[in-house]
Design a protein around this ligand. Structure first.
Ligand SMILES: [Zn+2]
Ligand SMILES: [Zn+2]
Length: 337
């Protein structure tokens, strides 16, 4: 089979790789229907995170079960499935608390931007749709593999609800999904911070009540002006840079909460949190915990997070899929084998 391999910053190739096989009885092999490039893949593409050796890449996928190990019971060959960016057993003490991203026996994948994927812990990772989904639902289902669940996790972690004001820092796919999540969770005020017209439009489509185009002090002042002069109850930080975290801290009110889902790079000023009674909560999303509810919202066409994909390419053009996102020509690229 063929799949993506990152060789060095700026160098992702479409290469022949070994077909995945059932290694453990709890494995499944999934034939990919759609996969995509993640903002977090760009950390390596941009040389911010190291590429030590040529490595299969990608962690977001949906597809059809091609084979299962002898111990797998929850999915069968031919099922259409989606799984999160980390696999989990669904049975350990952490999973039983809903902390699937921190599963005691979980982990990552050997590259999901590929024609086929080995999914360890299939029973605790994959969720099957009741029937073959309509083709126009595939992009939205694919977002449940990461970005929609991650945006949801930011909102849940920050305590977003019907009485909360929300500001979202970051206008990438996760930030836009966080807007959608906050709206879906009933927040009456959802402020999207974005300078880019196409992303502002999508944020408004997702239900953002206000757009703030300014950054830094001007951005903070604009958010405060919309929130009784004190800042938002919940700020969803969906970037991960030090700059974005400062922005989030500036936008949250005293006693408020920052939901943190941007992959952390750099320091976080914890003293600030103490004196302002600000809480932070977040981390990698517990995708498997959120999947059933969010899959239902997608299949019933209540939410359409698949709108974050503004470019679709064949998997064979994976290099261009990365370049388009790196150069911000695309918000998020979907690839099909
Ligand atoms: Zn991702
Ligand atoms: Zn577990």
């Amino acid at each position: 089979m063929y799949g993506a391999v990152i060789h060095a910053p700026g160098d992702v190739r479409y290469e022949e790789r070994d077909d995945p096989t059932i290694v453990e009885p709890t494995d499944a092999v999934v034939r990919t229907v759609a996969a995509c490039v993640c903002g977090s893949d760009l950390w390596r593409y941009r040389g911010v995170a190291p590429v030590v050796k040529p490595t299969p890449i990608g962690h977001e996928y949906c597809g059809i079960v091609e084979s299962i190990g002898t111990a797998v019971t929850s999915v069968k060959v031919g099922d259409f499935v989606v799984g999160g960016f980390l696999h989990s057993d669904g049975t350990c003490a952490a999973c039983r608390k809903g902390a699937h991203a921190n599963c005691l026996h979980g982990g990552g994948y050997a590259g999901c931007q590929a024609e086929k994927i080995r999914v360890p812990n299939a029973d605790g990772t994959l969720v099957a749709t009741p029937e073959m989904p309509a083709d126009d639902l595939i992009p939205s289902i694919l977002t449940l593999s990461d970005v929609m669940c991650t945006g949801w996790h930011a909102a849940v972690s920050a305590g977003v609800g019907p009485d909360t004001t929300v500001a979202v820092v970051g206008d990438g796919a996760v930030g836009l999904c966080a807007v959608l999540a906050a709206v879906q969770l009933g927040a009456p005020v959802v402020i999207a911070m974005s300078r880019h017209e196409a992303r502002q439009k999508l944020a408004a489509t997702f239900g953002a009540t206000h757009i703030v185009a300014e950054r830094d002090e001007a951005g903070i002042a604009a958010v405060q002006a919309l929130t009784d002069g004190i800042g938002a109850d919940c700020v969803l930080e969906c970037v991960g840079t030090e700059e974005a975290r400062w922005q989030a801290l500036g936008c949250v009110r005293v006693g408020g909460t920052v939901g943190l889902v941007g992959l952390p790079h750099g320091d976080f000023p914890t003293d600030q949190l103490f004196w302002r009674n600000v809480g932070i909560k977040g981390g990698p999303a517990h995708v498997r915990a959120y999947l059933p509810e969010l899959l239902e919202l997608v299949l019933s066409r209540t939410i359409n997070p698949g709108l974050v994909f503004d470019l679709e390419l064949p998997l064979s053009e994976i290099g261009e899929a990365y370049a388009a996102m790196d150069e911000r020509r695309a918000i998020k690229t979907l690839v099909r084998p």
